[in-house]
Design a protein around this ligand. Structure first.
Ligand SMILES: *[C@@H]1O[C@H](CO)[C@@H](O)[C@H](O)[C@H]1NC(C)=O
Ligand SMILES: *[C@@H]1O[C@H](CO)[C@@H](O)[C@H](O)[C@H]1NC(C)=O
Ligand SMILES: *[C@@H]1O[C@H](CO)[C@@H](O)[C@H](O)[C@H]1NC(C)=O
Ligand SMILES: *[C@@H]1O[C@H](CO)[C@@H](O)[C@H](O)[C@H]1NC(C)=O
Ligand SMILES: *[C@@H]1O[C@H](CO)[C@@H](O)[C@H](O)[C@H]1NC(C)=O
Ligand SMILES: *[C@@H]1O[C@H](CO)[C@@H](O)[C@H](O)[C@H]1NC(C)=O
Length: 625
């Protein structure tokens, strides 16, 4: 055995900015890694042995590179991507190669041997493996110094999860890992460095301990999955618990991962893998993917939709802000007073104007034979208002006059309690009042943590954009209401919150402590609607494609937290705003700022049909009467 001589100094790959980033394997993760680097302005080459995989990967990059690019700070462009079947051609000018070949150890060992032979001598060689440490892939490496530039770069799932764990193979230059972390950060990822080798890297290892202990809590009969998750979520303030997560990943996969730790550490399997095997896996209970459920009981299957015999003809009520018309030569006051309230047949063919001249109308709901709607007014002037009118368009009344609610947006009505709930954008509040506008009160004040000034003048735009409230929906059966705070445009910082309908004790909007964050990092969530029959939340999102400008839904738990990963019902709206679920017809109507109203099938088919298409309109809220 020759003496181990490792070079003692590392220098960054020469001219790395003009050299290529190479990804071996254009699969699900490979193409995402490629898109990350491409979006940061690097020339990227995908190498796959399958031509159609190459084509698909390039198409993926083309479709997504601009939506990935929002976080990169390299400021370099234009991005370039190509694909090839030829390994030697692919890597000849690479400064880094990511191998994303299937998780088969022998395959990875051979790939690294070839890379050592063919790649430039200063090229960084990275594995995406999470099951194998990169030290396990060194068996056929000839030169000791090659090992100093081999490491793991374990990507989670960009762009939804941008974490990358960087881990040594035991020989990797520490400076290389820090430098590479910096390149990742610049490129918009979120790197974490493990300077020692560790099965499960950083996060998965800690998460494994949490899952293990939760299983033991169940196995010993200490508590239930529901209670365990609830405590976890309340204490840590997150919207997912470990038991839900295990159900979502699949209990078979959970067992497989734990077996690795059992073998490596000599752990006892009785209260973890054996418990899962006999109580769940043997009974076909694999989690959310199986209809027998998992740690949680299966969710009740959705009631079948049945067309109601001789139902009265339903109609859509749609708000048009008037901003789709020509602005030429118009004064601001005129521009903002061209809003209309329209009644439209479900097929979009018949239409009549119920009211016009409205100052930027935004939210609408029907209740007790009347329509209620909000006007934003001039958003900088605190002159938003709330009005009601009869279904035939007569008897308009201003129930909340200008000067009270800053920029009223979506409106939701508690039909049993006769209460309106109103989201206030610039005012950063959720309000509630009677149907005649009396008893107006603040339920949520997101600016509550900033110092209050007694001379606070509401005509000065208050609050941070993160605190601006856009959508609101009431869920009496959960004793809660939900609202959105969309965050910056296309910012992936949208949030959905809930709070109880009734204040507890003598708490106020400022002192209440029952606010829960139920979803975070959404592209740009806007209006929402709660459907009691299926305990499901729906929302529109006008963020960036591919995950924005969508209609989403997610089933809730009995505690009103998300029971599942939000599901996309339809995408590619032109700035989706209003929505209304037609539970009986199993569909959702969506309106967008591009002047369209859509009917979306609520059956997972992602099918949507344009009901109305008016280039000169700019639709916001919508409801069904
Ligand atoms: C090539 O990839 C496509 C998917 O892009 C897959 O359907 C096909 O089976 C693959 N062919 C081979 C030979 O693996
Ligand atoms: C690495 O990439 C390959 C190809 O996309 C994939 O099959 C494998 O699951 C990835 N590994 C991890 C840990 O994500
Ligand atoms: C809001 O202010 C604008 C500009 O002064 C004015 O034209 C408009 O009528 C006001 N709207 C209401 C509802 O008072
Ligand atoms: C608040 O703004 C209004 C409208 O611009 C103005 O009339 C009033 O004087 C202001 N009040 C204070 C205390 O600045
Ligand atoms: C409620 O108000 C009473 C009287 O003002 C006060 O003594 C008490 O501390 C308050 N309780 C809470 C929970 O804030
Ligand atoms: C969803 O509904 C539409 C319209 O009723 C129908 O054409 C389509 O086949 C359905 N898809 C599924 C997956 O059920």
């Amino acid at each position: 055995m020759p003496a181990i001589i490792e070079p003692s100094q590392w220098t960054a790959p020469v001219d790395y900015q003009s050299r290529t980033v190479v990804v071996l394997g254009g699969g699900v993760l490979g193409r995402r890694i490629a898109t990350c680097w491409c979006s940061a302005g690097y020339s990227v080459i995908i190498r796959d042995t399958n031509q159609s995989q190459c084509d698909d990967a390039l198409q993926y990059i083309k479709d997504n590179v601009f939506s990935f690019a929002t976080r990169a700070t390299t400021g370099r462009s234009p991005p370039k991507a190509s694909a090839t079947l030829d390994l030697e051609v692919a890597i000849q000018n690479a400064w880094i190669v990511f191998e994303c070949v299937p998780e088969i150890l022998d395959l990875k060992i051979d790939v690294f041997a070839e890379l050592e032979r063919l790649a430039p001598k200063d090229c960084i060689l990275a594995s995406n493996s999470s099951s194998y440490k990169s030290s396990a892939m060194l068996a056929k490496i000839v030169h000791q110094d090659t090992k100093t530039r081999i490491l793991n770069t374990h990507y989670m799932m960009p762009p939804t999860n941008l974490v990358v764990e960087i881990m040594t193979d035991g020989h990797t230059f520490p400076e290389l890992m820090q430098w590479l972390a910096e390149r990742h950060r610049e490129a918009g990822s979120s790197p974490y460095v493990a300077v020692k080798e560790s099965t499960g890297f950083l996060f998965n290892r800690i998460w494994a301990a949490i899952k293990r202990e939760c299983l033991m809590v169940m196995a010993e009969g200490v508590s239930t999955p529901e209670q365990t998750d609830k405590a976890w979520m309340e204490i840590l303030g997150c919207s997912f618990g470990p038991c839900m997560s295990m159900d979502s990943v699949g209990l078979d996969t959970v067992a497989l991962i734990e077996k690795h730790y059992i073998e490596e550490r000599g752990l006892d399997s009785a209260l973890t893998v054996d418990f899962l095997q006999t109580n769940y896996l043997d009974h076909g209970k694999l989690g959310m993917k199986s209809d027998k459920g998992g740690l949680y009981a299966p969710r009740p299957s959705k009631p079948q939709s049945s067309p109601i015999a001789k139902a009265p003809e339903k109609k859509l009520i749609v708000l048009d802000t008037g901003l789709g018309q020509s602005l030429a030569g118009k004064a601001p006051a005129e521009i903002i007073s061209r809003g209309r309230l329209l009644e439209v047949s479900l097929d979009g063919k018949k239409q009549r104007v119920l009211s016009e001249g409205l100052p930027l109308p935004d939210g609408v709901e029907a209740h007790g034979g009347k329509l209620y709607y909000t006007n934003m007014g001039m958003p900088s002037l605190n002159n938003g208002s709330v009005c009601s009118l009869d279904l035939d368009g007569t008897d308009t009344k201003t129930i909340v006059p200008p000067g009270k609610i800053f920029t009223p947006k979506q409106l939701s009505i508690d039909h049993a309690a006769n209460k309106l709930y109103i989201a206030d954008r610039e005012g950063c509040k959720i309000w509630r009042c009677d149907t005649d506008g009396n008893s107006l009160e603040v339920l949520i004040d997101t600016a509550r943590d900033s110092p209050k000034n007694d001379n606070d003048n509401k005509s000065i735009t208050p609050g941070d954009i993160m605190g601006q409230c856009i959508g609101v929906t009431i869920a009496p059966s959960l004793n809660k209401f939900f609202w959105t705070q969309k965050g910056p445009a296309k910012g992936n910082r949208g949030r959905i919150f809930s709070a109880n309908i009734d204040f507890t004790g003598n708490s106020t909007a400022v002192t209440r402590n029952d606010i829960s964050l139920i979803a975070d990092k959404l592209p740009e969530c806007i209006d929402l609607e709660y459907v009691a029959k299926t305990n499901t939340l729906y929302w529109t999102d006008r963020g960036e494609v591919p995950f924005g400008n969508c209609l989403y839904k997610a089933a809730l738990t009995d505690q009103g937290t998300l029971a599942e990963k939000p599901q996309i019902l339809a995408q590619n709206f032109n700035e989706a705003i209003g929505l209304k679920v037609d539970v009986d017809a199993n569909c959702v109507y969506v309106s967008d700022l591009g002047g369209a109203v859509w009917r979306v099938e609520d059956n997972g088919s992602e099918k949507k049909e344009r009901v109305l298409d008016e280039q000169t309109s700019c639709f916001t809220g919508l409801t069904i009467v």
